[in-house]
Design a protein around this ligand. Structure first.
Ligand code: CIR
Length: 255
């Protein structure tokens, strides 16, 4: 959770066509830009450098940069999104990663992996199979991560949940914030798990970024619990991203 850099991408007007499981309203670009600016400012306030990429109107979900790559200390790995409309986002991200890393590998397929299904903890890389991430994708990722000395463990995303990290996030080397439904699968055995409050499941997608926890606004019981646990919580308006099933982690690559 200690990072010197992050990559973000400003939302384009085409976000109105972004993927969503359920239509809960059209995202508003102006509001999303405001929230995005607050998000970037919070990242920068920790002292990190934020590389802000320009909007990509051809890819409505391109603001959710996390899904395009996995950044590890040894290098970056370009993902292969399981959503066909998002495959082309990877080539758009690659040059920025090549500027930052000597080594950039890629998931070549035939399998699929999206970054939102990957949780890197102090001791291992957890990858949740989901509607976007399949066994072949996980196997290819495990091979590359293994070459770099990382242990990878395949886990499962609850049915109906977009990504593994929709339901969890790393708070510190051994502490995970999780919904009860995900923790019930047993995938966090051996970790200290903090649960989101009942009815506040959407708060689980947060990020620990240096001294801060960036956290979707509107989930007061979970935010209070984290504050009591000693975390410095910064609330960011997630209203517009939530309409597209996105949250705090999706909006950046961190390394
Ligand atoms: C999608 O369905 O792909 C986007 N609308 C949301 C992606 C959210 N990304 C993430 O959780 N890492």
């Amino acid at each position: 959770f200690e990072f010197t850099r992050a990559i973000t991408r400003r939302p384009a007007a085409s976000i109105v066509n972004g993927l969503r499981a359920e239509d809960t309203g059209t995202p508003d670009l102006e509001n999303m830009l405001d929230a995005h600016a607050a998000y970037v400012a919070a990242l920068k306030s920790t002292g990190a450098e934020v590389i802000e990429l320009p909007p990509l109107s051809a890819f409505p979900d391109a603001v959710f940069v996390e899904d395009t790559a996995l950044c590890l200390p040894e290098g970056a790995i370009l993902m292969r999104p399981g959503a066909p409309s998002r495959l082309g986002e990877v080539a758009e991200m690659a040059p920025a990663l090549r500027d930052c890393y000597d080594e950039v590998r890629e998931i070549k397929g035939h399998g699929f992996v999206e970054g939102g299904d990957i949780l890197v903890t102090g001791r291992e890389i957890l990858v949740g199979r989901s509607a976007r991430t399949d066994a072949a994708g996980v196997a290819e990722l495990a091979e590359i991560a293994g070459e770099w000395g990382h242990k990878l463990r395949e886990v499962f995303t609850p049915a109906g949940v977009l990504h593994f990290k929709t339901d969890c996030s790393l708070m510190d080397a051994e502490t995970i914030l999780s919904t009860r439904r995900l923790d019930a699968s047993g995938c966090f055995e051996g970790y200290r798990v903090l649960h989101t409050a009942e009815g506040e499941e959407a708060a689980a997608n947060a990020i620990r970024f240096n001294n801060l926890v960036l956290f979707a606004a509107g989930f007061p019981r979970t935010a209070d619990m984290l504050a009591r646990e000693g975390f410095d919580v910064v609330e960011i308006d997630n209203t517009e991203c939530a309409k597209l099933d996105g949250g705090m982690s999706c909006l950046s690559l961190r390394f």
